[in-house]
Design a protein around this ligand. Structure first.
Ligand code: 4AD
Ligand code: MG
Length: 472
């Protein structure tokens, strides 16, 4: 069954473009993209309202009362309400057009000043106009795909009986242990209270302790998973890492499922099913926007998604095997590869794009380069970590089986310089009814990059936050 919100006869551009709309009297509201005047005494307006890439053509005859005074002054960016009759169109690439009976202007946009003129602007330039860029075809399409990815993520987990839990944005713990956290404080930087030894007196701060923006909802998700079975959290996360790359943001969205009684292989299976489901759903629901990206941004958009949804299992390779493959590759990498060092983007891209030309799951990483919560293997040097790498993006998912043995967890925390007492509630989960459990995090922006082929992560989130940049 299809539901449409009916407010009088208001209709979206997307719906009015369908042949079924022919014969209806409708009200359209949006922003003019172009105006063309015909010698025959009428004008064509191209109108867009953000519901789809293409515009609807409005035919405005010279006998409309506002024709000379208003319609002939319309230009890109003006906002209008158009009442009219939907007709079949003989124009190319459009099934319908609208014969206007009334055009009301809400807001003018001076063509001398409005930045989005017909000429195509680079994505870099459009970042400076983040308040106007959603009015362009590319950013409208990104917003719709991002919406669809978010909705499909919820659909997937709800279908599989996961509970959506809301984990806090403000936290006192550092989940990833990398110390890359934004501090949350109400202390006046001009009057910092100090203790006798000169250290900051946090008992004077809002939370009576140092507090930060969360880097991950995982630790709190584990609490709910070890009570309710299968849960996921989906929200903004923050990293104060000073990386200026096309794949890093200081504020990004992450979906993090966490499952009791899941071991590493179950975790991999779930990650694979989620990505495949998203691939199917997006091919099905976003075909028109994806075609736009394929034509204008990256001609591999459909190929990548079709490779993803194939039933073939993702390649599963241990970190140790991956290091051997990289060493044997004969590639001239900027960063040398050696067992024990973290893989760089260039290494990940080589594996997923050149070696396998498909998604790859790397697992069993050295314990020294992974956070305290990951379950130790019996070899005493690797942990049950897994990263999913995909072409065009590299790491799209990071996760692990969690350390569920109290003594091993405490040892790992100590080895990483963490105070187990600060994480007493996390440690308690291993004291009372501990269970094997696992989870992972999928970066929403990296998923949108993978789907759309957009090269820079700053262009798949409405208002990117990166080092030195928090405008809008
Ligand atoms: O690998 P990460 O850091 O894993 C975690 O945070 C775990 N606590 C997740 C879990 O097991 N519940 O991040 C997970 C994913 C990455 O694979 C990447 O897709 C994305 O989050 N990500 C970023 N995306 C944009 N900008 C950044 N700075 C990102 N850092 C991680
Ligand atoms: Mg990671």
């Amino acid at each position: 069954m299809q539901f449409e919100i009916v407010i009088m006869d208001k209709i979206s551009v997307r719906r009015v473009r369908e042949l079924e709309a022919v014969g209806r009297s409708v009200i359209l509201q949006g922003w003019v993209r172009t105006r063309r005047d015909s010698k025959g005494g009428f004008s064509f307006l191209e109108l867009n309202d953000g519901s789809c890439v293409p515009n609807i053509q409005i035919v405005a005859d010279a006998d409309l009362p506002t024709y000379e005074t208003e319609i002939k002054r319309l230009s890109a960016g003006c906002s209008v309400t158009v009442c009219g009759l939907v007709k079949e169109s003989s124009g190319r690439g459009q099934a319908t057009e609208v014969q206007a009976t009334e055009v009301t202007v809400h807001g003018w946009a001076d063509p001398q000043e409005y930045p989005l003129q017909k000429k195509r602007h680079s994505f870099e330039k459009l970042r400076e106009w983040a308040h106007l860029r959603p009015r362009t075809n590319a950013f409208g399409a990104v917003a719709r795909v991002r919406n669809a990815v978010s909705r499909c993520i919820h659909d997937f987990f709800q279908k599989h009986e996961f509970l959506y839990v809301h984990t806090p944005i403000i936290t006192a713990s550092d989940c990833e242990g990398a110390g890359e956290m934004f501090r949350v404080t109400t202390i006046d930087p001009k009057k910092v209270p100090t203790l006798a030894d000169g250290k900051v007196d946090y008992t004077c701060d809002f939370f009576d302790r140092p507090a930060y923006l969360t880097v991950s909802g995982q630790l709190e998700a584990e609490i709910y998973a070890t009570a309710l079975g299968k849960v996921y959290t989906f929200g903004p996360t923050f990293r104060a890492e000073n990386s200026n790359t096309s794949r890093h943001l200081a504020e990004f969205w992450m979906v993090e499922p966490e499952m009791a009684f899941y071991e590493l292989n179950d975790n991999m299976q779930l990650a694979e099913e989620l990505l495949r489901w998203l691939g199917h759903a997006l091919l099905d629901q976003c075909a028109e926007d994806l075609q736009f990206f394929c034509d204008r941004v990256d001609d591999q958009v459909f190929t990548r998604l079709q490779n993803l949804v194939q039933e073939k299992e993702f390649a599963r390779v241990t970190y140790t095997e991956a290091v051997e493959l990289l060493k044997a590759s004969g590639e001239d990498f900027e960063f040398p590869v050696s067992w024990g060092s973290d893989l760089q983007a260039e290494h990940e891209r080589y594996l997923t794009e050149r070696k396998f030309n498909a998604p790859v799951i790397l697992y069993d990483y050295p314990d020294t380069i992974k956070p305290f919560y990951m379950k130790a293997n019996d070899d005493n040097r690797t942990v049950r970590a897994m990263d999913v790498l995909v072409p065009a993006v590299g790491e799209i998912i990071g996760g692990s089986e969690r350390e569920d043995r109290l003594d091993v967890l405490e040892t790992r925390m100590r080895d990483q310089g963490l105070n187990a007492e600060d994480y007493w509630w996390y440690v308690d989960l291993r004291r009372f009814g501990t269970v094997p459990h696992s989870g992972f995090g999928l970066g929403l922006e990296r998923m949108v990059q993978f789907v759309t082929g957009m090269a820079n992560i700053r262009d798949v989130i409405p208002f990117p936050r990166t080092p030195g940049s928090a405008e809008f």
